[in-house]
Design a protein around this ligand. Structure first.
Ligand code: ADP
Ligand code: MG
Length: 361
């Protein structure tokens, strides 16, 4: 199908829009490559379903054009686009057998019986639905139903992209992982473009090559899990990815040092130059994983008060008071645990500076 080209898309559900905040999608201008496995990640209400429905054709954007490669599909209905959509709650015919549910999209398009039989069995094999092909859908569990729903997306060979809208929400967490692996396998085998909507970062990180992070109607970053972790473009990405999210502390510059309360923290020259030249509200960001923490004074370290320690199994999260701001540090399970005081330092390579919520780079 070539790329999905979102050309200056904006959408409002209101007929007569006055203000920017009346747009569910503010301005989306992106090209998504063919054959990619994408996760569309963001909190509830940020516009994920709206964007998905614009791509599938259920919704026409208030502004902008949707193109598949060079072909403008903005005015085409869903059935004229070679895209399948799997919804949060499986859409099935309960009284039909699993076989007939899977065969339905093909029967509708007038394929002959022999082809339908062959194709349904192929898809049933991929999804491990063969044992229940002759059972009625109504008697089956939520996971089997969602697999059928998935299968209905997969049976059409002309489908070039499948859109999933939080499809695993109703499924037992143990089975979720299995189904995600299945999806990845299907993606590699059939070379389809997959766009998988979720509000769960773990789901996004384990499924996708590229993650599209949405926030309040904007795409704030598209990147690999590592890019999002190490260079969050926007404060929201820093906070939303990672557990817990990135630490942020308001700061000012003093020469090439970051000043927080009485503390002066050295940063690299390039970052210092960018920060000194920027005019917005400045904040320093650092991941809990990258804070250096010691139970004893360390050279170039800062004294902090320990406010709490949370055991998370494979590691611990230490909450610290640093110059009146809370910082979280992540330490390994067998690292010494500080009591009242701890000393921290900020490795230069992991300090990120943000101006008005945007990464300086
Ligand atoms: P998400 O899928 O990320 O939870 P949605 O795309 O469903 O977000 O919603 C984005 C925004 O648009 C929300 O503020 C939501 O209330 C609004 N919205 C969604 N669908 C409709 C609709 N049919 N009519 C009016 N507003 C809607
Ligand atoms: Mg949604």
């Amino acid at each position: 199908m070539a790329q999905i080209n979102l050309d200056e898309i904006a959408h409002s559900y209101l007929p007569d829009v006055q203000k920017e905040d009346e747009y569910a999608l503010k301005r989306i201008h992106n090209i998504w490559d063919d054959g990619g496995a994408y996760a569309l990640l963001g909190p509830s209400g940020c516009g994920k379903t709206t964007l998905l429905n614009i791509i599938s054709g259920l919704l026409k954007p208030s502004r902008g054009r949707v193109k598949f490669g060079d072909i403008d599909v903005t005015d085409l209905p869903p059935e004229k686009r070679n895209i399948a959509q799997v919804f949060q709650f499986p859409v099935l015919y309960d009284t039909m057998t699993v076989f007939n549910n899977l065969a339905f999209p093909l029967k509708n398009r007038g394929f002959d019986k022999a082809y339908i039989d062959k194709r349904v069995r192929e898809v049933a094999e991929i999804l491990e639905l063969e044992p229940v092909l002759n059972k009625k859908a109504e008697g089956l569990g939520a996971d089997a139903k969602q697999k059928i729903s998935l299968g209905r997306g997969l049976v059409r060979e002309d489908v070039a992209a499948i859109l999933f809208d939080e499809p695993l929400t109703v499924i037992d967490p143990q089975l979720k992982w299995e189904l995600r692996c299945k999806l990845k396998e299907i993606h590699e085998k059939l070379k389809l473009t997959l766009i998988y909507v979720t509000h769960d970062q773990v789901e996004a990180l384990t499924f996708a090559d590229k993650i599209i992070v949405m926030y309040e109607g904007w795409i704030v970053q598209i990147g690999t899990p590592q890019e999002l972790f190490e260079y969050p473009n926007h404060k929201f990405v820093g906070y939303f990815i990672g557990s817990p999210g990135m630490n942020f502390v308001p700061c000012t510059m003093e020469g090439d040092m970051v000043k927080i309360g009485n503390a002066r923290i050295p940063v690299d020259e390039k970052t210092a130059a960018l920060a000194s030249a920027s005019e917005g509200k400045l904040e320093m960001g650092i991941r809990p994983l990258y804070l250096t923490l010691s139970c004893d004074p360390i050279e170039g370290g800062f004294e902090t008060d320990v406010k709490g320690v949370e055991d998370q199994g494979s590691h611990r999260i230490v909450s610290l008071d640093f110059q009146g701001h809370t910082l979280k540090a992540r330490i390994a399970e067998n690292d010494p645990v500080p009591e009242a005081k701890a000393w921290i330092s900020f490795p230069k390579e992991w300090i990120r500076l943000f101006a008005d919520e945007h990464l300086l780079k």
